[in-house]
Design a protein. Structure first.
Length: 142
């Protein structure tokens, strides 16, 4: 519920922590994917996602302890964002199969988020988690 969310002083909600965060991070680090080089396969997936949703930006995001790291991007050259501000970290912490924000400017959780008001200027957001194949915990999103 909205009452259980933690709010930033600027008025947007902070991304929470997954109920099994330490196990999730342990699994993530075993994958050895953080800070690896760009790969054409992931770049093609990012481009396809942007085309399917007819949006200018898409990301394959891995959610680390304090940051969101982009394995791949389409439409912007960026390496990541602070976790607390990240839309993807919301999806991971909630452990939902999909997360859709039709218009971030109209969503009280995100309308004052710096990724909405500046920087990436996010409006529409849709994601599904990328899960560890062994324990099904979310490692990131596309």
């Amino acid at each position: 519920s909205m009452k259980e969310l933690k709010w930033h002083e600027e008025g947007y909600t902070l991304a929470g922590i997954h109920s099994e965060e330490e196990k999730r991070l342990e699994s993530l680090y075993k994958l050895n994917i953080l800070d690896t080089a760009r790969e054409e396969m992931f770049d093609k997936i990012c481009k396809a996602a942007a085309q399917v949703f007819d949006v200018p930006l898409s990301f394959i995001t891995i959610v680390d302890r304090d940051r969101q790291w982009f394995k791949s991007t389409f439409g912007v050259d960026a390496e990541g964002t602070p976790r607390q501000d990240g839309f993807c970290a919301h999806c991971v912490s909630l452990d939902e199969d999909t997360m859709v924000v039709p218009n971030a400017l109209d969503d009280p959780r995100f309308k004052t988020n710096p990724n909405v008001t500046s920087g990436l200027n996010i409006r529409f957001y849709a994601a599904c988690p990328l899960r560890d194949p062994f324990n099904n915990l979310p490692m990131g999103t596309i």
